[in-house]
Design a protein around this ligand. Sequence first.
Ligand SMILES: Nc1ncnc2c1ncn2[C@@H]1O[C@H](COP(=O)(O)OP(=O)(O)O)[C@@H](O)[C@H]1O
Ligand SMILES: [Mg+2]
Length: 228
Amino acid sequence: MTVIACRGVTRRYAGHGIDPVTAVNAVDLEIDEGSFVAVEGPSGSGKTTLLGLLAGLEAPDDGEITVLGHDLARLSAAERARLRQRRIGIVFQSFGLIASLRAGENVALPLALAGVSASEREVRARTVLEEVGLRSAFGARIDELSGGERQRVGVARALVIEPAVILADEPTGSLDEENASGVLELLVEAVRQRGASLVLVTHDPASAARADHVYRMHDGHLTAGVPA
Ligand SMILES: Nc1ncnc2c1ncn2[C@@H]1O[C@H](COP(=O)(O)OP(=O)(O)O)[C@@H](O)[C@H]1O
Ligand SMILES: [Mg+2]
């Protein structure tokens, strides 16, 4: 089954100069159920914009995006948000945690948005925190956690809804080498165990090498494979 399909997807920004910036240019992409896709490419090549489009956070100027059988353009903003909240996990380079909430509350937040009861939220958040190696971190403050631990919380938050697909935007880009490989290992393993799909934006060739399919972005264009 195809989890996400893009056809001719283009996103332009007005830009600061005379010409608009075509951040994503005529991209075709299919992500199968359970597959791990890596996207490499230099800064400014359109990787984050592409993930935002796949998540339905922004709309393409051209082309079609189908997520789990839904044509995103045919959904209302509320329906797109629902689809994202229930089926898509997102992991950010800078973690995206809410500092005023405890680690466990951060993890449970997507469940709160999905209407899960408080008692079930706590059970599920604790279970997934244990899975990422943070068994006793439920009540921890975010500023008490190391970078590696924060991103484990970020991964737990993405996993807690049992998503069909995880979109990870340079998730290890802010971590030292040891923490980076630990977090990546954990993410890949968790996704594989669930039979979910993973789209990983990364600068790290070793991470990309583990993927089922590797793509490269350059000036908004997506091409298969990495040039030698
Ligand atoms: N919200 C925005 N408004 C205007 N231009 C943007 C915006 N987001 C991204 N861009 C531009 O689109 C291009 C691609 O950006 P981005 O998707 O962030 O690339 P990457 O993630 O590969 O670094 C860049 O030229 C960037 O300046
Ligand atoms: Mg980016």
